[in-house]
Design a protein around this ligand. Structure first.
Ligand SMILES: Nc1ncnc2c1ncn2[C@@H]1O[C@H](COP(=O)(O)OP(=O)(O)OP(=O)(O)O)[C@@H](O)[C@H]1O
Ligand SMILES: Nc1nc2c(c(=O)[nH]1)N=C(CO)CN2
Length: 190
């Protein structure tokens, strides 16, 4: 039997024409240049100030040995932020890059050169993307303890869509080079 739409039922999308789904997003933050903790806190504040973005989780801060960086690179501070947003993934990426730019992020110094601030989109809901400007899930997340450990602290059952359980991925690679810094704390009003 075919279903006849009930004209008395109007969904929210039809009413406003603007409702967009809420996406759960995992954002990775890193800094190994300048005032590392205040750079990370600045990124948290900027995300919190972004319209249509709500912070739902802030991880502990970790200090980490540089991975795949030029010799003698300084150690990083890393953390993960969970957000809910109605922004499309590309708009959120624009925002992430603008936040990096606000911290004088210098992109001219070559691969993985020290940086004041790195804001990476790790996963955006179950969105997959493989363009140069936006790769989702982040192609290196599964091999980076400095992403997986703080994410696991917030979500013990976390999964990288299409890749696997964060806990299992972390068990595979281990946490060498990663130190939890409970003396350094990120804050959010939300
Ligand atoms: N998931 C993503 N999150 C952030 N930037 C991404 C993502 N996928 C692709 N990009 C692109 O990567 C570029 C940023 O490169 P950047 O030099 O910051 O890389 P990186 O953060 O140093 O390296 P990595 O991506 O290995 O962490 C941006 O121009 C952005 O368009
Ligand atoms: N420990 C650590 N190593 C890195 C990091 C980072 O955030 N932390 N980011 C990189 C490129 O984005 C490359 N290497």
């Amino acid at each position: 039997m075919s279903e006849t739409p009930n004209p008395n039922i109007i969904d929210a999308d039809t009413l406003t024409g603007e409702m967009r789904p809420i996406r759960r997003v995992v954002v990775g933050l890193g800094s190994n240049l300048g005032e590392r903790l205040s750079n990370l806190q600045g990124a948290v504040d900027a995300l919190a100030d972004t319209p249509d973005v709500w912070i739902t989780g802030l991880s502990p801060v970790y200090e980490s040995e540089p991975v795949d960086c030029p010799p003698d690179s300084p150690k990083f501070l890393n953390a993960v932020v969970l957000i809910d947003t109605t922004l499309a993934a590309n708009r959120l990426l624009d925002r992430a890059l603008a936040i990096e730019d606000a911290y004088d992020r210098d992109r001219s110094d070559g691969l993985n050169a020290p940086r004041t601030l790195d804001v990476d989109l790790i996963v955006v809901g179950d969105r997959r993307s493989d363009t140069e400007t936006l790769r989702l899930p982040h192609p290196h997340a599964h091999e980076r303890a400095f992403v997986l450990q703080p994410w696991l602290d917030l979500e013990p059952d976390a999964q990288i869509p299409g890749v696997g359980a964060v806990k299992e991925l972390l068990d595979k690679i281990g946490t060498d080079g990663l130190t939890r810094r409970d003396d350094l704390v990120l804050e959010s009003d939300e």
